[in-house]
Design a protein around this ligand. Structure first.
Ligand SMILES: Nc1nc2c(ncn2[C@@H]2O[C@H](COP(=O)(O)OP(=O)(O)OP(=O)(O)O)[C@@H](O)[C@H]2O)c(=O)[nH]1
Ligand SMILES: [Mg+2]
Length: 375
């Protein structure tokens, strides 16, 4: 059952420069969560209204238009304070779903592993608790709870206690799962670990598949990968690496989500090399790059050696400026993959022998060669 959503955004001074891309991105997230955007309403104002987010007149207009278009929910791009949410809910009697909830919902729908599911549930409950959100605005967990209103105040109190104890249980279960995984990881320490990181939909999994001849799940939608895998990949005769896929990043990743991503990203702490995969066919790839670099910084990963991998160069119009420590590839056509294998090998070598390096790491430049069959 596809839910009908009205997308609302306040184009503040801060959001204005990227508003068009932001709304497209939100629409793609909505689709991945099973909702269809039937209307977009953007209000231009320097800052959000402290009481109702949009102005109160605008809020009434949104209510009327939502009714006309038979919407099931409001999707809001801006961060909402609990008070703004409450006031807005009074004017527009529909569940309000903000961007964080939407992303969590995509996760909840698509997580497959036990750890993935536990992680998402924990993040959802914490977010709900911190933002005083009732059960009404839940897209997935209640099997289409859309239209059912949140519980009344007293019920909410009871819920809050129950949520608290569920959070404690989830934490316990997760730390057990993680301890098991840490043991497995230690046993697995033979070949260098190379991790694919990057904006969601950049082509990380496609690249993992191309380099390791596997068929992990790939899709043209945000957050296709939620349960990442590690595969063995060939570099040069007699030389292999372990290649780890990761969950994609996105702009303004809220703290609760970083926390949820954390466990999945633990692997990154052990990585010998990061491959930062960029989709150069996306018009806003520089913005995506910035977002990824910011998150890597928050995860304290700036010190890990990294290579930029400009992906999707097969797409017409993909323009890539020359840059040090970068390789241009197409996971789809296979172009540039040999150059990438060589660049990975060189980076690992440079890193393994710091005393021999002159302080410069090797630079692999764009080489659009056709790959010879290997192995
Ligand atoms: N044209 C073209 N499309 C590509 C290339 N690499 C990946 N794609 C497509 O881009 C989309 C996303 O690819 P994925 O490999 O799932 O991307 P990802 O980075 O793993 O995405 P998430 O796991 O969702 O974060 C899919 O539709 C792929 O087929 C490429 O080199 N060229
Ligand atoms: Mg993926």
């Amino acid at each position: 059952m596809t839910q009908r959503a009205v997308l609302v955004a306040v184009a503040t001074r801060q959001l204005l420069p990227t508003i068009a891309t932001e709304l497209d991105e939100l629409e793609a997230l909505a689709a991945a969560a099973g909702a269809r955007v039937v209307e977009r309403i953007v209000q231009h104002r320097p800052a959000v209204d402290p009481a109702t987010l949009v102005g109160s007149g605008k809020a009434r207009e949104i209510g009327a238009r939502a009714m006309e278009s038979r919407a099931d929910l409001l999707l809001i791009r801006n961060d909402l304070r609990p008070r703004q949410r409450k006031n807005l809910e009074r004017i527009v009697p529909l569940p309000i779903v903000d961007r964080t909830m939407l992303i969590l919902d995509v996760f909840a729908r698509h997580a497959r592993s036990r750890e993935g599911k536990l992680q998402v549930e924990l993040a959802q409950l914490r977010y709900r608790q911190a933002n005083l959100i009732g059960a009404g605005a839940d897209l997935s967990r209640l099997g289409g709870g859309i239209g059912t209103r949140g519980p009344g105040e007293t019920k909410l109190e009871v819920d809050r206690r129950r949520i608290g104890s569920r959070i404690a249980t989830l934490r316990r279960l997760l730390s057990a799962v993680r301890a098991q995984r840490a043991v497995r990881r230690r046993r697995d320490r033979r070949e260098p670990l190379v991790a694919l990181v990057g904006y969601t939909n950049a082509g990380k999994t496609s690249l993992l598949n191309a380099l390791s001849r596997s068929d992990a799940y790939v899709a043209d939608r945000p957050f296709a990968t939620l349960d990442p895998t590690t595969r063995r990949a060939y570099l040069q005769p007699g030389r292999y690496v372990r290649l780890a896929d990761t969950v994609g990043f996105i702009t303004d990743l809220p703290a609760d989500l970083i926390e949820a991503f954390r466990a999945t990203l633990e692997e990154l702490d052990d990585a010998d090399l990061l491959l930062h995969v960029l989709d150069v066919s996306a018009s806003d790839w520089p913005r995506q790059r910035q977002a990824v670099e910011r998150i890597l910084h928050e995860l304290s990963l700036d010190a890990t050696p990294s290579l930029l991998v400009f992906n999707k160069i097969d797409r017409s119009g993909a323009h890539v400026p020359p840059e040090p420590l970068s390789v241009c590839v197409s996971a789809r056509s296979g172009a540039g993959l040999n150059a990438l294998r060589d660049a990975i090998a060189l980076s690992l070598d440079a890193d393994a022998k710091p005393e021999c390096s002159s302080g410069r790491r090797p630079t692999a430049t764009a080489e659009f060669e056709t790959d010879a069959p290997e192995r």
